[in-house]
Design a protein around this ligand. Structure first.
Ligand code: BJW
Ligand code: ZN
Length: 231
């Protein structure tokens, strides 16, 4: 199975990766939906990752994100990030808000759910870059005095339009679409898999758990499988 997928990838002209939390799991960053270890097993997503949760308790939300920022700063890219980054013709569509793929040297990364490396104003368009190792506490926008928040996409919020358009275009053009470490349960992101398949792409799924998105299944940790696949 892995040999077939390796050949398909070696011959691909428009390879695209679509990844989720499982890609960074072996760098020590928690996933969301896994029982016991996932973030949503411990925390209520609607309190921490929704505009309503931020309005109710902004201090709590910022403290949680800043803790995750410090962990991301301390984490290192794993062999899967490095193997993907070395494939310079690949578009990388990521749901993760960490910067590990960029730190591994990837050039073309589309962040569908935003990034921990920025704050944005909850009222106007003002944005600020954030040092992950030393993030600021809850503070106000210098332009409109609104509360600053992480520049990530919470439940019920629209995805950044330009990034979504780029992702959709890449999915339509893909001849191979490699789905790595995502439960593929969050929309519209997960819909890209169907878009790619409907446009004729071969779908290869790398996940520690079998099942999930339909496609050629390679079951095992991303940090082991992805380097073998792109060798
Ligand atoms: C490994 C591994 C290893 C582990 N190797 N593999 C029905 C009801 C209610 C809502 C909806 C609904 N249908 C659609 C919606 C809307 C909602 C949604 O999809 N909800 C579903 C959950 C039901 N979507 C939205 O709200 C989106 N916006 C939207 O729809 O806008 C339209 C709109 C506009 C205006 C008004 C109303 C609507 C926005 C979604 C934003 C998601 N945000 C988050 C948080 C981002 C910031 C942050 O990080 O804090 O994004 S939630 C979280 O889920 C995060 C992730 O990017 C995303 C996806 O998770 P992911 O990456 O797949 O992680 P897991 O944990 O689920 O899976 C990990 C996988 O890895 C597993 O499969 C493991 O097996 C595997 N694994 N170790 C390989 N070593
Ligand atoms: Zn503002």
């Amino acid at each position: 199975m892995i040999e077939t997928a390796r050949t398909i990838l070696a011959e691909a002209v428009n390879p695209v990766s679509f990844s989720g939390a499982g890609l960074s799991a072996e760098s020590g960053i928690a996933t969301f939906r896994e029982p016991q270890t996932g973030l949503w097993a411990k925390y209520d997503p609607m309190k921490l990752a929704s505009p309503e949760g931020f309005a109710a308790d902004p201090e709590l939300v910022i403290a949680w994100y800043n803790e995750r920022r410090r962990r991301a700063a301390a984490a290192q890219p794993n062999p899967a990030h490095r193997a993907l980054a070395a494939r310079h013709d690949m578009v990388h569509i990521v749901q993760n808000v960490d910067d590990l793929l960029e730190r591994a040297g990837a050039r073309d990364v589309v962040h569908l759910h935003g990034s921990l490396t920025r704050d944005r104003c909850s009222r106007c368009t003002h944005r600020e870059s954030v040092d992950l190792a030393d993030p600021p506490g809850l503070h106000r926008c210098p332009e409109c005095h609104g509360l600053m928040r992480p520049d990530v996409v919470w439940f019920g919020e629209s995805l950044p339009r330009a990034d979504w358009t780029r992702a959709e275009t890449a999915a339509r053009a893909a001849d191979v679409f490699i789905v790595i470490g995502t439960s593929a349960t969050v929309y519209p992101a997960a819909g890209l898999i169907d878009i790619a398949r409907a446009s004729g792409a071969s779908v290869v799924v790398v996940n520690v758990e079998p099942g999930g998105a339909p496609g050629t299944q390679l079951t095992g940790p991303a940090a082991e499988i992805v380097p073998q696949l792109l060798r």
